[in-house]
Structure formats: C-alpha cells, structure tokens
Ligand binder design. Structure first.
Ligand code: NAD
Ligand code: WQD
Length: 340
C-alpha cells in the first residue's frame, strides 16, 4: 500500500483526510508543528479508524528533518496542508505568511525532489481567483489578483508548482482549490478547532448557538444577492477530504500540474445559513447587521465539473448535513479538543 506524507495533518482538513486515508489502508506519516492544532485530533482519528499513523512533530521549514523523513519512510506521495490561513492576520504579519506558506513549501519541494518523490496534492484556495470574475468560477479563468497576503501565498505557490512541473516532467501535481470548508466527521469526534475569535462564518455561528459568543455580526446586508448578504459555496469537510483521495487515485504519476475546484457548485447566503441552521438543529442564532468586511466579495461559488469528470469526485453532503455536523461537533466539544 502507498505511504503518504501529510504535512499539516493534525489540522482541520488534514485530520479528516488522514482518517479517510487510514480507512482506505494507506500508510500515513504526518508532519505538523502543532502551531494551530493538537495531537488529540490524531488520537481520535486513530480511535475512529482503529488504525495507527506515524506522527512527527516538526516544521516544514526544517530541511534536515524533511530529509530524515524521506530517508526513513518510503514516501510515495505528499499531501501538503501545512501553512497559516488567517486572512486578517496575514495583513498584519506578512513575513510570517511568506515564510510559512512560501518558504515552507519550497523547503518541502526541495526535499521531495532530493528524495525522488514527485507526487503532490497541494491545498490551494478559491481565493486565487481574486475578485475579477463572476461566479461560477472555473479553472480556465485567470488568477493573479488576490486581495490579501494569505491569498497571495497560495497564488505564488500555485505558480511555483506550475513552473516546477514545466521544468521536469516527473512532477505530478494536483492543485485543489477549496471553496468554503465546513462541517465535521459525522461522529462529532473531530472537527474545526479555531483558536480565539473565529474568522470564518461557521465556527462563529456554532459558538453563538452554544452560547460562547453573544451574537453573530453579518458583514453587509446590501450586496446584490438573493437577500443582500454574502453568498459562498460551503463544502463539507468529508467531501473535501475525499477529493484528496480521488486526486491521489486518479492523478498519481501523471505528468503535469493541474487545478481543480472543490466546491458543491452552489452558493448559500449568510441568512440562508442561519435559517437552515435553525431548521436542521432547532437552535436560533442571534445576529445583527454590521458593515461589509474589507476584501469580501458578494458571491463566490464553484463550477466543479472538472473535478467531477476528471477526478471522479462527487460531493455527497448538502448544506443541511454540513450544518448538522458542524453543530454536532460543537455540542460534543464545547471547548474544542481541549476539554471536549
Ligand atoms: P489548520 O490550521 O487547521 O491546519 C493547518 C495545519 O498546518 C495545522 O495543524 C498547523 O499546526 C500546521 N502547520 C502550520 N504551519 C506549519 C509549519 N510551518 N510546519 C508544519 N506544520 C505547520 O487549517 P485547515 O483549515 O485544515 O487548512 C489546511 C490547508 O488548507 C491550509 O494550507 C489552508 O491554507 C488551506 N485552505 C483552507 C481553507 C479553509 O477555509 N479552512 C480554505 C482553502 C484552503
Ligand atoms: C463567509 C461569509 C462573510 C464571518 C475565507 C478566506 C478564503 C478561504 C475560506 C482559505 C462571507 C460572512 C463571516 C462573520 C459574516 N480560506 N461572515 N460574519 O471570507 O468566504 O473565505 O475562508 O483559503 O481564502 O477568505 O469565508 O467564512 O470568513 O465568510 O457575515 O463573522 O460569511 O462576509 O460572506 P470567506 P468566511
């Protein structure tokens, strides 16, 4: 069976992907510095699957450690999640983002090349489309106008990988452009564990629902959308995790670098999310309207046909299941992994 190095595997999307890899009998080696995660997530992944993985606590910016890992384990492919992801923070600390997300990625690609490992799945983001295009966004649209430093790091790494694959046909690279990941494993044992005040809508909604925060501020009520609030393509983290397995199965050892949108193909507004949350879970989410947030766009959703036809990936979960599972996770773990 193939051995997969998962950088950032203790994080939100990484832990769900590790779970699915173990379920499919892959050997899994995780490298994570636990900057935004805890080992408890991977303990639970092992409990849920009744399988074990190898965990290495360390940083992707450590070339000696990377060489050691590639020497010690016979890695067939890398799924690269490790990085920082907070948009607001990236505006305040650009160098940390450049260092972690760009320099860290380069260190990883160097070590891969040294070890003759050329299969890579990279966590990219719909943010690389910037604000130029109208949704549905498709992979033929040009990128290059990101609105924040975080998005810029994703764009740069995509471009580096494109050039790398042009320089050496041994590279086989999948760029997965995630839309808005939400939800949790249906067991409620693993899920998103934001530190401090959540930046993203869904953890904020569940924290208001559980009483940890007073009310949600809805950023903008005068967008040109169905009800004036922002529309996004929310994608269940289980479907998103599965896209990585599809990419491994369908693309491994195929020469080149190619991008796929990973979204459901339809959008929901903030008010629709709140209403559906109440319908599904029976819990009210108190909110108030607030000014628009800098850098936000009105509507963003995917054209996901390329992933469906080329990766054989089909999203299984709708908005109701996403909201059910986000709430189930939050209820069972009111303080995240710490005291859940
Ligand atoms: P996360 O913060 O939960 O996971 C990232 C993991 O990487 C964490 O466990 C963190 O400890 C680890 N990490 C960070 N820097 C590291 C370093 N230098 N060396 C080793 N480990 C390091 O985030 P996530 O939501 O699971 O996101 C995973 C990837 O997907 C990220 O690259 C993110 O940018 C990308 N992405 C996320 C979203 C989203 O909304 N969650 C959307 C699009 C893309
Ligand atoms: C969703 C909608 C907000 C919080 C971000 C990154 C993107 C990607 C995913 C990594 C928007 C509204 C939100 C709140 C609100 N990450 N909202 N009140 O901004 O689409 O994407 O996460 O790659 O790069 O930019 O996601 O969850 O922050 O917002 O009204 O407290 O909810 O305005 O319409 P976003 P989000």
């Amino acid at each position: 069976m193939l051995t997969i190095l998962v950088t950032g595997g203790a994080g939100y999307i990484g832990s769900h992907t590790c779970l699915q890899l173990l379920e499919k009998d892959y050997e899994v080696v995780v490298l994570d510095n636990l900057a935004n995660s805890t080992l408890e997530a991977l303990r639970r992944v092992q409990t849920l699957t009744n399988k074990s993985l190898t965990f290495i606590q360390g940083d992707i910016r450590n070339p000696q450690l990377l060489d050691q890992i590639f020497t010690q384990y016979s890695i067939d492919a890398v799924i690269h999640f490790a990085g920082l992801k907070a948009v607001g923070e990236s505006q305040l600390k650009p160098l940390e983002y450049f260092d972690n997300n760009i320099s860290g990625s380069i260190a990883l690609f160097n070590a891969m090349k040294k070890a003759n490992v050329f299969n890579l799945v990279f966590s990219s983001s719909a943010t690389v489309y910037g604000e130029l295009h109208e949704s549905p966004l498709n992979e033929m649209m040009c990128t290059g106008t990101t609105t924040n430093n975080y998005g810029y790091t994703k764009l740069i790494v995509e471009q580096l990988l494109e050039k790398l694959s042009q320089s050496d046909p041994r590279w086989s690279i999948a760029l997965l452009r995630y839309f808005n990941p939400v939800g949790a494993h249906p067991s409620g044992l693993i899920g998103e564990n934001p530190r401090g005040i959540p930046n993203n809508l869904m953890p904020y909604v569940t924290q208001v629902a559980i009483g940890a925060r007073e009310k949600l501020s809805i950023f903008g009520q005068d967008y040109e959308t169905i009800d004036g609030t922002g529309v996004r393509d929310y994608i269940h983290v289980m479907d998103l995790a599965n896209a990585h397995l599809c990419a491994l199965q369908n693309r491994i050892n195929r020469s080149g670098c190619r991008a796929w949108n990973i979204g459901t193909g339809s959008g929901a507004s903030v008010l629709q999310v709140i209403k559906t949350f109440k319908d599904v879970n029976g819990v009210d989410v108190k909110y108030e309207f607030a000014p628009r947030r800098d850098g936000d766009i009105a509507i963003c959703y995917a054209d996901n046909q390329r992933a469906i036809s080329e990766l054989g990936w089909i999203p299984q979960y709708g908005l109701e299941e996403m909201l059910r599972d986000s709430w189930n996770w939050q209820k069972q773990n009111p303080n995240g992994f710490n005291e859940g």
